[in-house]
Design a protein around this ligand. Sequence first.
Ligand code: NAP
Length: 254
Amino acid sequence: MTKPHLLLLGGTSEARDLAHALAQQPVRLTVSLAGKTQAPAAYPGTLRLGGFGGAEALAGWMRQQAVALLVDATHPFAAGISANAAEAAIRAGTPLLRLERPAWTAGPGDNWHLVPSLEAAISALPPNARAFLTTGSGSASVLEKRSDVTLLLRSIEPLDGLPPHVDQILARPPFSEAQERDLLQAHAITHLVSKNSGGAGRAKLDAAAALDLPVLIIDRPAPPQAGQAVPDTATALAMIANLLALDTASGPRP
Ligand code: NAP
């Protein structure tokens, strides 16, 4: 019996967890990554690196590769690939499942200021602020404007072209709240700037709350209105089994 082909768009820890769970299922798995990280984490299945060349090209690839289900488990701020996935799924007539981790919500002790973009967050900083940015790659060009503030930017891999008022820290998550608090204190940080990514990286927000620091939190882009959305890996796995009519013991049901 031919196994159904599942294309998983990854780049998140949830995508990695889902890929490992799918490795135990009767599916042919292709994992697609943008190819921007030098040393990506290991994934089971066939790994495909780099963009497809837009929605129509992704649709063509799915038709040619007889993809039975497209799963978009990319980061909530990866709006380009998610829009392409939605459009390609419609064009190719392929069902789409979107794994959308819930956004963080403010609790007691949080001093959050919602902003629509990184540009808005940087503009909102008061003169002489010392801000810690966990916004990663893609931030460099936005940071030029405010040479009157000191910015500490954390990313997994080095970023080129940073202006002199930006210091860089290279580190790979996860980070505990105690580690985040130590870092904020060691650099005399006055403001935290974070995307509302959701998921496991909340420790920095808890550390900021513990130190009574204001947080400029960047709101998520609107998700595409296509496919079915699920909040976590376990629900995604159950939905995949249902959509592909998998008999998880012996392969696809006839
Ligand atoms: P993006 O702006 O949404 O996508 C830009 C282009 O990169 C897409 O049009 C597509 O190229 C290609 N691409 C992105 N993700 C891809 C994937 N999984 N497989 C194949 N091609 C992909 O993406 P981004 O914000 O730069 O994020 C890139 C990757 O990093 C994503 O996979 C995302 O899950 C991960 N990530 C992003 C963030 C973030 O804050 N944005 C944070 C953590 C991880 P084509 O149009 O040529 O197909």
